[in-house]
Structures are given as structure tokens and as C-alpha cells.
Ligand binder design. Structure first.
Ligand code: FES
Length: 372
């Protein structure tokens, strides 16, 4: 294992606390309470371990990471250790002074989410009145502080017709990159799938809009485009392959290969208190389980795209086929592929608008706990 390549990036989920209640949040349904969060010293030690194992980037995420008052300490520590530090934020807790303080601390880049380009619709999906309006100021302050900006435009069937306007908004904010990110169905997003899923026609129309914008903005702004893979014929290369490119540390210190890994029964994950990151990455059995070609279902092992999509997504295979060992049903080689596409098409016209908002108490927001 000594010649194993390190992950490219560490996703540091500093907290699950967040003033927003996004319908699409990929955090687990059982959120870590603030009392379980790692302290500053432990996060600094994790950053040291990440740098020592050759990780190049750290993404401070959550929840809303700016809730943590020690974010400047952590970003300064990451910069000192040579890590490129990125902040993934909704922006709603930021003011100009905090942004200046974060920029001074060594934070190099911010990824600001938008839920729409219309206030009422954006605040509805995000579950927080006033959130949308705040983002204009935040984008301006980030620019003034000299921080590179990516806009993460989250797409559902409720804003699919406004993809072009959201790209224009990101351009007007001076973003160097925009992610046109259709919701991926994990965590709260999976629970709200019938509320969020776009139609295939919406997807085709937005693809044309994205292609035209890419042409127009070549050399000005990069546009990443993530589709709802239920409509795809081949799966996405989830996380660039299980335990291949990315490492997640949860607010309470569990070390995972992806944000949804704990949904897979039978996998035992270690925490940052058990062993150093490098050792966990190298030989934790749960990381080994689906790693590389040997960890793929047989169909994927025999596929000529096995080193392109890396067998798709194990967590999605579990969610849609009932087994993490199955071929990801978003792949046309899965016997469930047509069924999944039909499910998406059905949900997209279901008319559901009854969001189960993200909260620390699922029972409170939806006593049935059922997906709809
Ligand atoms: Fe876990 Fe895709 S989210 S492998």
C-alpha cells in the first residue's frame, strides 16, 4: 500500500449546522449535532495529516462552514501547510468584514450556491426567507476581497427554464466558473426527489442553453454541467471512483470515501481518533471494498468504460437497486435502467411540491419519514 496515490482533495465537513434548509441537501438524514463537532486543534491535526500524505486541496464545507468561528484559523493553517483552501458556502451568514478576514487568512477561493435567480423560488427551495437577496452583496464582497469565485447553480424542475439567466447572473458577478449542477439524489435530495426531478424535455432544453453559453463565454467563464443521471445512459464517475480521488471527514470525525457512504450497510468506517488519515486511506476495509476495478460489479469490470466511470456510484446502486454490489441503475447495462428512467419521468410530472426541509429532527418535518 506504500505506493498508493493520495487523494487529490479533502472535503472537510466542519459542521452540519446551517441556517438554510435546502430541499436537495446531500447531508445525511441523521445530522451530527454541534456537541459532536471536532474542535479546532483536531481539525488542525487533520490538515497536517492531509498535507503530509500529499493532499493538495481542502474544501471547507458543511452544513454552513462559516458558522464555525475558527474557520480563519483552519484556512490559515491549511495555507501554511500548502493546501489550496476553498470555501463551499450559501453565503447567508457572511458580511464584508468576515469575507475580508477570511481572505486575509489565506482562503483562496469561494464556491457560492444559488438556488434560483428569482427570489421567491430560491427562498422556497432553500427554506430560508431572505437568503436569495443576500447573495448579491456576498458576491460583490468576495470580488472586492480578491477571492476567486465559482457559482454553484442548483437546478431542479422549478428553475430549469432559468438556467440561462443563472449563468448570466454568475457572469455579472465576475465568477470564473459556474457549476450548472442538477440535483443529485442523496440524503435530503433523495427524500425530496419527486419534488425536484426535472423532465427529460427540460433537461434537453437546458443542455442546449448550456452549450450555447459555453460557446459565448469561452475564455471568460468555465461552465461545468452536471445532469440528473437518472436520464443518462452511462453513470457518472462518482467521486472519480470509490476511494480514488477524494476523502471526506464528517463534523464528528468519521472518515469516508464519499458523503453517502454510511448509507451502505455493513461497512465500518474509522474516525480521525482511531488512526491517521493516511492509514485509513491505505487499508480501511470499507475503502478497499469498492476500490478500483477489483471492487466493481462483474459487468463493470468487463466494460470498456471501467476506467472512465469507475463503476458509477455504489450509494446510488444501493438507493435504486437495493444493493451497493449492483450495477448502478443509471447505466444502460443495468437490468433496472429502463425502470429508473420511467421512475424519473413519472416523478417529474407528479406535481409534488411538499418539501421535507432539512432539519436536525426528521420526525418533526415528516413524521412518516417516507420518500415521496
Ligand atoms: Fe457514494 Fe457515489 S455517493 S459512491
Amino acid at each position: 500500500m506504500s505506493d498508493m496515490k493520495p487523494p487529490l482533495a479533502l472535503l472537510a465537513e466542519l459542521t452540519h449546522r446551517c441556517p438554510m434548509r435546502c430541499a436537495y441537501c446531500s447531508n445525511p438524514l441523521a445530522l451530527d449535532p454541534s456537541s459532536a463537532e471536532l474542535d479546532t486543534a483536531t481539525w488542525c491535526r487533520i490538515i497536517d495529516e492531509a498535507a503530509e500524505m500529499g493532499i493538495l486541496q481542502i474544501h471547507f464545507s458543511g452544513g454552513e462552514p462559516t458558522i464555525r468561528k475558527d474557520l480563519e484559523i483552519l484556512s490559515a493553517h491549511a495555507a501554511e501547510r500548502g493546501l489550496y483552501a476553498n470555501l463551499i458556502t450559501s453565503g447567508v451568514l457572511l458580511d464584508e468584514a468576515r469575507i475580508e478576514s477570511l481572505a486575509r487568512s489565506g482562503l483562496a477561493h469561494a464556491q457560492l450556491s444559488i438556488q434560483d435567480c428569482e427570489e421567491e423560488a430560491g427562498d422556497w427551495i432553500g427554506g430560508l426567507a431572505g437568503a436569495h437577496a443576500r447573495k448579491w452583496k456576498v458576491a460583490e464582497w468576495l470580488g472586492k476581497a480578491g477571492m476567486a469565485l465559482t457559482v454553484n447553480a442548483v437546478i431542479t424542475r422549478h428553475n430549469a427554464e432559468r438556467v440561462g439567466a443563472m449563468i448570466d447572473l454568475a457572469e455579472s458577478w465576475g465568477a470564473t466558473r459556474v457549476e450548472v449542477a442538477n440535483v443529485q439524489y442523496y440524503g435530503w435530495g433523495l427524500l425530496n426527489r419527486a419534488v425536484l426531478m426535472p423532465t427529460r424535455e427540460q433537461l434537453m432544453a437546458m443542455t442546449k442553453v448550456v452549450e450555447a453559453a459555453r460557446e459565448r463565454l469561452r475564455g471568460v467563464m468555465v461552465i461545468d454541467y452536471v445532469i440528473p443521471d437518472y436520464y443518462a445512459d452511462r453513470p457518472k464517475s462518482c467521486m472519480g471512483g470509490w476511494a480514488r480521488r477524494f476523502l471526506n471527514v464528517t463534523p464528528s470525525g468519521r472518515v469516508l470515501p464519499c458523503h453517502a457512504a454510511e448509507t451502505i450497510p455493513g461497512l465500518v468506517f474509522e474516525t480521525v481518533h482511531d488512526r491517521p488519515l493516511k492509514a485509513i486511506w491505505a487499508d480501511n476495509p470499507a475503502f478497499e471494498r469498492y476500490r478500483g476495478i477489483a471492487g466493481m460489479p462483474e459487468t463493470c469490470q468487463a466494460c470498456d468504460r471501467r476506467e472512465i466511470d469507475w463503476g458509477g456510484c455504489r450509494c446510488q446502486a444501493l438507493a435504486l437497486a437495493g444493493s451497493a454490489e449492483a450495477v448502478d441503475p443509471t447505466c444502460e447495462k443495468s437490468p433496472l435502467h429502463e425502470e429508473v428512467q420511467a421512475l424519473a419521468a413519472r416523478e417529474a410530472v407528479s406535481g409534488h411540491r411538499d418539501i421535507v426541509y432539512r432539519s436536525f429532527s426528521l420526525e418533526k418535518s415528516d413524521p412518516s419519514g417516507k420518500a415521496r
